[in-house]
Design a protein around this ligand. Structure first.
Ligand code: RTP
Ligand code: MG
Length: 154
């Protein structure tokens, strides 16, 4: 077609335990939908230490890792697959910087400015690249979302 629409892209978004227990879910979903994303899949899960260790494997040697496991297993999380053109970088822009205190200053309209506390408890996650998005979507949805390979088969 002469005016093909830009191809849609999928990313993995997560509302972390503090976001879910702080009743930010509806506010965050409103921002997501108003920003043009479709929420094409979602589920609430309680992660265990093994899940978090696999999901955040790139950080396993960092000093904050034990705290990250404690935080991420402290309650259920809401996992979503978001879709729109440029979804991966647009969702990262919408959540704002990792440190929520900095987000409140430099990105006051970001989601982490709205519901995060500091550099650890920052209420949301977003895939940081196309390979991360593919890995993370298959990690949670490989069994049920067509077109993605299961994590342990990668
Ligand atoms: P995410 O992966 O959760 O979307 O966050 P991010 O890319 O903005 O930041 P990343 O460097 O990937 O860190 C992953 C998560 O680890 C916790 N963290 N704590 N105490 C600390 O200094 C510290 N630094 C990172 C945060 O929960 C961060 O989102
Ligand atoms: Mg990250």
């Amino acid at each position: 077609p002469r005016h093909a629409a830009k191809e849609k892209e999928k990313t993995l978004a997560m509302i972390k335990p503090d976001g879910l227990s702080g009743n930010y879910t509806e506010k965050i979903k409103k921002v997501i939908l108003e920003s043009g994303f479709d929420i094409i899949w979602e589920m609430i899960v309680q992660l265990d230490a093994e899940n978090v260790t696999l999901f955040y494997a790139e950080h396993s040697k960092k000093s904050f890792f034990p705290g990250l496991i404690e935080y991420m297993t402290s309650g259920p999380v809401l996992i979503m697959v978001l879709e729109k053109p440029n979804a991966i970088s647009d969702w990262r822009a919408l959540i704002g910087p990792t440190d929520s205190r900095k987000a409140k200053v430099s990105h006051p309209n970001s989601i982490r400015a709205m519901c995060g506390l500091d550099s650890a408890r920052n209420c949301v996650h977003g895939s940081d690249s196309p390979p991360s998005a593919a890995r993370e979507i298959s990690f949670f949805f490989g069994d049920i979302l067509p077109g993605f390979v299961k994590h342990d088969e990668l």
